[in-house]
Every structure is written in C-alpha cells, then in structure tokens.
Design a protein around this ligand. Structure first.
Ligand code: FAD
Ligand code: SIN
Length: 547
C-alpha cells in the first residue's frame, strides 16, 4: 500500500498527539502507533506536569531548579523557552478537558518533587498521565483530518540514504530530507510506503535497553535508532535517568513506579533496618535530585548487601495518603504491603533518556522536514539530569513549537513520488525466536551490569566488546528474515545501547547521571565509603541571578 499525507506522526503519546491536534486544521494527518493508541509511557506518568502557576513560585526559580538538576549542562535559552511557556501549555491541556486536582480554595493542588524549590507539579491523583492521554485521545477521535493506524510498526524513516552502525557519532548531516516512513502491518506482514510532506518522530524512550525499567514494553528506542540510521544528529545519550524508587517486586515487568511525589508528600527513604541515610549524601535528603538519590540507594544496597531499601510512609496521615496516592496504595496492597503500616521496598530502575535526536528551538532535527518531540528528542532542556515532571511539559512545549514551524512551511514542501517501495524479496520466515529473546536478555544484562548507575572505562569497554557480537548476529538475522516488530525492536535497542556506550566513553568526567569511578568529582572518590558527596550540588552556586 502507498499512501500520501501532509503530516505523518510516529507515536501516540503526549508529544505525538499534541502535534497532531495542532497541525490537523492545515492538512491530512496520519498517526502511526505500534500498539493500541493509549499504550504509551505518557499513560503511566504518575507525579504530574511541572508549571509555574502561582506566587511565590516564579519562572526564575523553576529555571534555576532545572539547571541545578541538569548539572549546568542544560541549554539556558531552551530552559527559558520551556519554563516561560509552561503556564500557557498547561492551560491549553485544561481547556482540552484535562482535570488536575484542586484544593478546597479552588486553586490547583501543586505537588513538590525532588530538586524543585517550590510546589509546582500539577497532577491528577497519582494517575496524571492517564488523564492527559485520555483527554488528548478523545480530542483526536473527534478530528476529521486525523487517522490513527494502531498496531502498525514504523521500520524506518525515508531519506536519500541509510547507513550502518560503524560510523562516527559526531558526523555532520547536510542536505538530507525526510519523505515519510516505511511501516509494517504485522497482521498482514505488508510493508506500507507512507509519503509525507512533514514527519514527526514522537516514539518515546528506550528503558527496555536495561533489564529493570519503569517503562512500558513499547519503549525500545525505535525513533532514536531510525533517526540515527538516517544520519540525524543524536546527542547526550549517556544521560540515562534511573528513577530512585520503583517497587521491588522481582519478576514483574515493567517495574511499578512509586512516584517521587510521595517523597514530596513526606515519605522518607530508610535502610531495611529503618535508618535514614539520605542526609549523609545531600542536605536535601530524600528530595535531592534523582541522580544523587539513585546513586545513594545503589551505594547503600552495595554496602548492606540488601536487595532494596525502604520508603517509609507510616508517619503520614493514612486517609490523606490513600486519597492522594490511591493507585500506589492499591498496587502495594495487591502484593500484601499495607503502606500505612509497612515500608515500601524500593529499588532504582531505568526510567528516562535525557538525550536523543538533537533538535532546535522548533523541534527541528538535522534532517529537513523531520521533527522530533518528547522523550526521543534532545532539546537541551534536561542537561545531564532531568528535573522531575519536566518531560510532559517539554513534550507539550516542543510539539506546540514544532507545529508552528511545520504549518509555516507545509505549502512549500512537495511529496517525493519516486521513492521506491520496501524490497522484501528473498526474505525467509525466521523460526528461531529463541535467538531473539536470548539476545535481548543478553543485551539487557550487558547494559545493566556495565552501563548502569556507576560506570568505569573498563566496564564500558567490556560492554562494547560484548555488544558487538550481538550486533553482528542480529544484523545477520535482520538481513535475511521476514521482518517482525520483535526483531526490529531488538535491532533498535542494540543501536541505542551502542549510542549510550559510545557517548559515555567520550565523556571524560562525572556529570549528572553519568557517573564514572575513573573521573570522580571533588569529594566523590569516597563513594564506596558511604560518605560521598562532601561537596554536593546543593552547595554549588547557580549561574542564574536570584529570583
Ligand atoms: P510515549 O508516551 O512513550 O509514546 C511513544 C509512542 O510511540 C507510543 O504510542 C508508541 O507505540 C509509539 N512508537 C514507538 N515506537 C514506534 C514504532 N516503531 N512505530 C510506531 N509507533 C511507535 N514525566 C513527567 O513529566 N511527569 C511524570 O509524572 C512522569 N511519570 C512517569 C512515570 C512512568 C512510569 C514513566 C515510564 C515515565 C514517566 N514520566 C513522567 C516520563 C514521561 O511519561 C515520558 O517521558 C513521556 O510521557 C514521553 O512521551 P512521548 O510522547 O515522548 O512518548
Ligand atoms: C514520578 O512521578 O516520580 C515520575 C516523575 C517523572 O518522571 O518526571
């Protein structure tokens, strides 16, 4: 099947849906989504969306918090754009029908999360993402110009050329244009050619490159891998955020998230024996930025040999706890833990990719007519570590900005009619599923063991050596098999793993989420003696003026 649309949107999370809604009045939109439309990371977001709503909060305070959390690697102009546009984007979500919790006074009940100096996180109980996804999908379903192709898998974007993995990660891309995408319908094994004047990649994150992740199974880095194969610039992939508190419940995949908002509500991290430990690492205690908390938990677990630490809610008012966190309460109860009476066992889990496809202030990639937004994109907002609840916001701001630029240009872009269809000649049915699932497990173990919260040159080298074997085996399989989404996802995850490792090798310092024992920060060299972080990020001066 060949199809022509004005706007092709790959992904049905917050980033894809907002862009689609905004461009739909100007042309025909097709949204491709590889599962059912609501199965996205967006749907699982708990804590909420950060925005400056009322005094005493100010844009300057939110900007400063974002840059401190990002270890000063953020692009300041992008941070300013995002934060100063936060209020408008949140109001727009509310106008579309999203409901956020309010106080009796009628004002929004703003929560506080790690690294935030003010209460500024809008939320709908502990199911904010579900509320946002519901709202957007209902608007999408009403729009006559938008078609949603569910259970369709995008294989590659269409450009002049593709290339293999063994290339320079800092390469330049000149004069490449995007003409749409090749899309697999796994029900019929057909590969469609979808020609588009403008394409947006909004494929979300890549948490499944690790064996413990909060991300749903759809998060396999497909968009980042396909953009990279098409020679788009990709950056900052070494900054993988591990959420400090996922529920310790071995064998459950994905790991259930225990929102940081619970710590904002007063819950305290303790060892299994009930001792508080965070104040030994950072004066902000349990609410320090995520990179610090995740490393501290990792260290405590290594010191004690325990499989998890505890999150203590027992001192909190039981009724309030259940009212604000009904999903977490019910989930824990379902596995026999009453959080008002027992500590919640928690461990860090891979949660968010701070880097991704490099984009500018209008979410334009380095390829013409190709935009990227949401978790797959790297705007420069997060720097070396994302501030909690800034990612739903980033998606809203940059999908809006991408839509402005795309609408401005659409009339001047022609279709490329000469694009050939996908050539699947000579491919055979791959009956060796076991090889794919085994390679996936190996990949996840390599990344977890050698490219996790604490890294070293030796570990990274070992990871790359092991990865190369799986890469060659998988490319061989890919080149002769009738394509399935499973083999393509494995290939994409390998591609993403390669980018993480290579960029981690290039960074000869410890910064934000990238912590290497070979390049300790001043005071960090005692990490293994429990007393690390003599000089914490909290002690550093912000580059910004006081609000
Ligand atoms: P997603 O919402 O993940 O959507 C990706 C879409 O792309 C899906 O529709 C998927 O099917 C589609 N797709 C992927 N590959 C392909 C392909 N090859 N072909 C076709 N379709 C494809 N952030 C916050 O700001 N606040 C929070 O409270 C918060 N809580 C979180 C809790 C959890 C458990 C998780 C996992 C994340 C949380 N985050 C939170 C992060 C945030 O939810 C995500 O970063 C954000 O939702 C990403 O949105 P997105 O639109 O980029 O991608
Ligand atoms: C959480 O609720 O803790 C997740 C928030 C986020 O990832 O931004």
């Amino acid at each position: 099947m060949r199809k022509k649309v004005d706007f092709l949107v790959i992904g049905s999370g917050i980033a894809g849906l907002i862009f689609a809604l905004k461009v739909a009045p100007k042309g025909k939109v097709c949204i491709i989504t590889k599962s059912n439309a609501e199965e996205t990371a967006t749907k699982y977001a708990q804590g909420g969306i950060a925005a400056v709503m009322y005094t005493p909060d100010t844009y300057e305070k939110h900007i400063k918090d974002t840059i401190i959390a990002g270890d000063n690697l953020n692009k300041e102009d992008i941070v300013r754009i995002t934060i100063t546009e936060s209020t408008d984007r949140v109001k727009e979500l509310i106008e579309w029908g999203a409901s956020f919790d309010k106080k009796e006074s009628g004002k929004y009940d703003l929560a506080k999360e790690g690294g935030h100096s003010e209460h500024r996180v809008l939320h709908y109980k502990d199911s904010t993402g579900m509320e946002i996804e519901r709202t957007l999908l209902s608007r999408i379903s009403e729009h006559p110009n938008i078609e949603v192709l569910e259970n369709h898998f995008t294989l590659d974007i269409i450009t002049q050329h593709h290339m293999d993995m063994d290339i320079d990660i800092n390469r330049r891309t000149d004069n490449i244009s995007c003409y749409g995408a090749y899309v697999l319908n796994p029900q019929t094994d057909e590969i469609h050619t979808i020609l588009a004047r403008t394409t947006l990649i909004a494929t979300g994150g890549a948490g499944n490159v690790y064996n413990t992740t909060t991300n749903p199974v759809i998060a396999t880095g497909d968009g980042i891998a396909m953009a990279y194969r098409a020679k788009a610039l990709v950056e900052n992939m070494e900054f993988i955020q591990f959420h400090p508190t996922s529920l310790y419940h071995p064998d459950e995949k994905p790991s259930f998230l225990i929102t940081e908002a619970l710590r904002g509500f007063g819950a305290i991290l303790k060892t299994k024996n009930g001792e508080e430990f965070m104040h030994r690492y950072d004066k902000r205690g349990s609410l320090a930025p995520r990179d610090i908390v995740a490393r501290a938990i990792d260290n405590e677990m290594k010191l004690s040999g325990d499989d998890y630490v505890g999150l203590d809610c027992r001192h909190l008012n039981e009724n309030d706890l259940i009212k604000h966190f009904p999903r977490i309460y019910a989930k824990c109860l379902s596995i026999g833990i009453d959080i008002s009476k027992e500590m919640i066992p928690v461990v860090p889990a891979a949660h968010y990719v701070c880097g991704g496809i490099k984009v500018d202030e209008y979410s334009r990639t380095s390829i013409f007519n190709l935009y990227a937004s949401g978790e797959c994109a790297s705007t420069g907002l997060h720097g070396a570590n994302r501030l909690a609840s800034n990612s739903l916001l980033e998606s809203a701001v940059f999908s809006h900005r991408a839509s402005i630029d795309a609408i401005r240009k659409i009339e001047d872009i022609d279709y490329c009619e000469t694009i050939p269809d996908w050539n699947a000649e000579g491919m055979v049915l791959n009956e060796e599923m076991i090889l794919i699932t085994q390679s996936l497990k190996e990949l996840q173990m390599i990344m977890t063991n050698y490219v996790g919260i604490v890294r070293s040159n030796l570990r990274l080298k070992r990871a790359l050596d092991r990865l190369e074997i799986i890469y060659r085996e998988t490319e061989d399989l890919y080149n002769k098999s009738i394509l399935t989404s499973i083999i393509c996802e494995l290939r994409n995850l390998i591609n993403v793993a390669y980018l993480i490792i290579k960029m981690a090798m290039q960074r000869k310092e410890s910064r934000g989420l990238h912590y290497s024992i070979d390049y300790p920060k001043t005071g960090d060299d005692i990490i293994l003696n429990t007393d690390y972080y003599k000089e914490t990020m909290a002690d550093k001066k912000s580059p910004l003026p006081e609000a």
